[in-house]
Design a binder for this molecule. Sequence first.
Ligand code: SF4
Ligand code: MG
Length: 298
Amino acid sequence: MNAILHPQMHLHKVELKPKDYKTDAPSFWCAGCGHYGVLTGLLRALAEIGIDQNYLVNVSGIGCSSRLPYFVNSYKMHTLHGRAGPVATGVQLARPDLSVVITGGDGDGFSIGGGHMPHLARKNVNMIYILMDNHVYGLTKGQCSPTSRPEMQTTTTPYGGVEEPLDPIMYMLTYGATYVAQAFAGNVKLASQLIKDGMEHKGFAFVNLLSQCPSFNNIDTAQTFKDACEQLPDDHDASDLGAAMNAVRAAKQACRIPTGLIYRTERPTLDQRMAKLVENVGGHKDYDLRKIIDLARP
Ligand code: SF4
Ligand code: MG
């Protein structure tokens, strides 16, 4: 029987320490890179969940951040620039019992792969996307990215930028992500908690981690991110989309970066809906494509 008929994600529990989830691959990130904090947060989250590595797949595109899977003891796919989303969607639909984690950067996700982002959110693909947002292209040595601030001088904008940066959080809220959270990568405790909750969430979880690039971004330093980040108040209603958008808008007007759980809701995931569709046409094994097409008609 095809795995698509079993859409429930089972977290296979094991007792491991964070270091057990780390490979011994030599580091290739620069000293002081914020991605170290993201990796530590992810390893801690994996250990807290107690996830069996045999049921874990880490997918990435291209970039410094997209090399994170090298350090994680799991199945992994280092794919093409910007294409982690569709590849990970295929993995998740083929094997809904696996836990799928995308790790990647702002350029890879929102520029090269920008066309895929709204579809991951609107389809509610059951996975977590950890964005390591450093407002620059690091691997290719310092070009302007879609989240670069105009004040920043880069190799492609030596006199500063002329475009407004994209806000990954507002973007994800707009397109229907069902779990949206943000933290400074250096706040490993919060980052780890948000990753854990995002992995346990059923649906598309997006966690934006502000991660400094000391080699190519000299205005968004670790200290700048740390100072700008502000935890959402305890009475923030994360189940209210309007409240979530208002909180992000208000923080932006005050030049602050809201952190913590920003929004969370529940709705059927893509694999659940596909399983239902298959069930409606009499099961996967004998399904009739014409029946599926008929069902899809309004
Ligand atoms: Fe990190 Fe920037 Fe170095 Fe890449 S270039 S490893 S993002 S500090
Ligand atoms: Mg980047």
